[in-house]
Design a protein around this ligand. Structure first.
Ligand code: 6PG
Length: 482
């Protein structure tokens, strides 16, 4: 009997996905560029399974049922192109190549189009959930050639995480690089959630002077609130994890954050599409700032910088902090979905926003109960322009506003940086203000560069120029917006 699917790349994600497919009754053919890894795998983690090894790409292709499905679980970038180039001559019309890495979506757009010309189908899919997700149920976000989906769907939906109602956290996202775009935004939101939690931890530790045991108990309580999520779960564990000397391990970890690029891509796309994705972008910058460790050490001394303690009832402050965290999280997801909507319209992807929320409901790093509410919001109103307008989220934002403002103001007062929580509030204040000072900005643009402006007392689309100094000309520059 031939294999249902071939998987190339036996690093931890590849191995775990293969074992997951095997558990779900699929026959998998495994291959790795360093072929000795295939034998090690078959003799090790895959021993006693139905997994078949391949000794070369030719062998892999020969062992697969048609239309062949070959999934790449390799590092994003050139390695993907290398395998595509090597596979193409070995495959037949209608065969399918799947990329399960964190590829940048324009690469996926390009690959879908290039393989279409050769009569092959291509799927670029986000796979989230780390090692454990891959092994026992990841969130899977496939996009690319729609013709390929019916062939891959039974495998992907079987191995994906399931919601409590038994729905698979995997559905067709859309054509071209839509799957990888959605995974990119997932990762951007992951950056935002992580930074928000880190800011809450910082406020508790430095502002409120709480101990690790106290902080852990608070996070434990937050698990039974709307904040309930995988990232809150692991933070609770991390806060309680002691190093060999009995001290919290996290205290000993150097405070410089790494990044592999998906958060940065999310910010770049937001700028390209003109979406105010402030929270995720701030969280990318927070990682960049954290990396300037030596400069920060020097500047702290130079400025004599300290963080003052927060006075008052700690319990009340912790509750305000919970509200600030939850409200900021809503803003982050709201901005993420604004970006997805804009990209969908721009690229004609017809994305289903409720389905995106469902795919993130389980299995992935940002999985949470909260995503169930986002899904409900989009099911009730698929045209929702801003998540905060949905009654459920609007109520949380309104009720949490006082606590959120209190924490944001206090952080500024005591010198404790909370870039995501404070900028999320600034965003909402901007979004809910009908008249912003952009009139002044337009006046300045027109003053120094004759860039023209529209008037409140004239219909939109009519542009005016004023000779502000009497010495400038009456000629205006052309009016265009990027
Ligand atoms: C996931 C993760 C995964 C990876 C991130 C880490 O969904 O399972 O997002 O894709 O852990 O890419 O990103 P950084 O290294 O940039 O933090």
């Amino acid at each position: 009997m031939k294999g249902d699917i071939g998987v190339i790349g036996l690093a931890v994600m590849g191995q775990n996905l293969i074992l997951n497919m095997n558990d779900n009754g699929f026959k998998v053919v495994a291959f790795n560029r360093t072929v000795s890894k295939v034998d090690e795998f078959l003799e090790g983690a895959a021993k006693g399974s139905n997994i078949i090894g391949a000794s070369s790409l030719e062998d892999l292709v020969a062992k697969l049922e048609t239309p062949r499905k070959v999934m790449l679980m390799v590092r994003a970038g050139d390695v993907v192109d290398h395998f595509i180039d090597a596979l193409v001559p070995l495959l037949d019309e209608g065969d399918i190549i799947i990329d399960g890495g964190n590829s940048n979506y324009p690469d996926t757009n390009r690959r879908v189009a290039a393989l279409k010309e050769k009569g092959l189908h291509y799927i670029g899919t986000g796979v989230s959930g780390g090692e454990e997700g891959a092994r026992f149920g990841p969130s899977i976000m496939p996009g690319g050639s729609p013709e390929a989906w019916p062939h891959v769907k039974p495998i992907f939906q079987a191995i994906a995480a399931k919601t409590d109602a038994g729905e698979a956290c995997c559905d067709w996202v859309g054509k071209d690089g839509a799957g990888h775009f959605v995974k990119m935004v997932h990762n951007g939101i992951e950056y935002g959630d992580m930074q928000l939690i880190s800011e809450a931890y910082h406020f508790m530790k430095e502002g409120l002077g709480l101990s690790y045991d106290e902080m852990q108990a608070i996070f434990e309580e937050w698990k039974s609130t709307e904040l309930d999520s995988y990232l809150i779960d692991i933070t609770t564990d991390i806060l309680g994890y002691k190093d060999e000397d009995g001290e919290p391990l996290v205290e000993k970890i150097l405070d410089t954050a790494g990044q592999k690029g998906t958060g940065k891509w999310t910010g770049i796309n937001a700028l390209d599409l003109g979406i105010p994705l402030t929270l995720i972008t701030e969280s990318v910058f927070a990682r960049c700032l954290s990396a300037l460790k030596d400069q920060r050490i020097e500047a702290e001394t130079l400025f004599g910088k300290t963080i003052a303690k927060v006075e008052g009832n700690k319990k009340e402050w912790v509750d305000a902090l919970r509200q600030a965290l939850l409200a900021s999280k809503i803003i982050s997801y709201a901005q993420g979905f604004m970006l997805i909507r804009e990209a969908s319209e721009e690229n004609d992807w017809s994305l289903n926003y409720g389905n995106v929320a469902l795919m993130w409901r389980g299995g992935c790093i940002i999985r949470s109960a909260f995503l169930g509410n986002i899904r409900d919001a989009y099911e009730t109103n698929p045209d929702l322009k801003f998540l905060g307008l949905d009654p459920y989220f609007k109520t949380i934002l309104t009720e949490g506003m006082a606590g959120w403002r209190k924490v944001a103001a206090k952080s500024l007062e005591i010198g404790l940086p909370m870039p995501t929580m404070t900028s999320a509030l600034a965003f909402l204040d901007g979004y809910t203000t009908s008249r912003l000072p952009a009139n002044m900005l337009q006046a300045q643009r027109d003053y120094f560069g004759a860039h023209t402006y529209e008037r409140v007392d004239q219909p939109r689309g009519q542009f005016f120029h004023t000779n502000w100094t009497g010495t400038g000309g009456d000629t205006s520059s052309t009016t265009y917006d990027v």
